[in-house]
Ligand binder design. Structure first.
Ligand code: OFO
Length: 163
């Protein structure tokens, strides 16, 4: 069954949101690179790649359901943050926003009785739980670390090990 116009439009919008997430995290990676925090930068670069995969999963789905992907302009992300903590607080806030976008899509799919889209979105609902938890755990560590250079270097090392 071909995907309905309204849902197709909403998923296209979500593709843009996922690509924006990717762009935002890549910009944060560049910010950490500029401060020589290679581990934070590595973590964020992998996160940017993941966001790109989230977009591509929706991309493939729209096509599979006989719809058309329409790409729109991606907003420019910020380039500077006032501290590592400020950057990761933004990651966490951004992920909560994305969760609410996914929840809105789920409501739309349910209203349409589009069970296939519901099934796809279930994957994103679960993924968001993980995304929020990962961001929050880094925020909490950064809060404990405060201004300790030692702590920052240790966390940088830890995040550099992300596979
Ligand atoms: Fe796509 O999960 Fe983050 O934004």
């Amino acid at each position: 069954m071909v995907i309905k116009e309204k849902l197709q439009k909403a998923i296209n919008k979500q593709i843009n949101a996922e690509l924006y997430s990717s762009y935002l995290y890549l910009s944060m990676a560049a910010y950490f690179e500029s401060m020589n925090f290679k581990g934070f930068a590595h973590w964020l670069q992998l996160q940017a790649n993941e966001e790109n995969q989230h977009a591509m999963k929706f991309y493939a789905y729209v096509i599979e359901r006989g719809g058309k992907v329409v790409l729109t302009e991606i907003a420019a992300p910020k380039a500077e943050w006032k501290s590592p903590l400020a950057a990761f607080e933004e990651v966490y806030a951004h992920e909560m926003k994305v969760t609410s976008l996914i929840n809105d899509l789920m409501k739309l799919a349910k209203d349409d009785n589009d069970f296939a889209t519901e099934s796809l979105l279930k994957w994103y609902v679960d993924e968001q739980v993980e995304e929020e938890a990962n961001a929050l755990s880094i925020v909490e560590k950064l809060k404990l670390i405060k201004d300790s250079n030692n702590g920052l270097f240790m966390l940088d090392h830890e995040l550099g090990g992300r596979k």
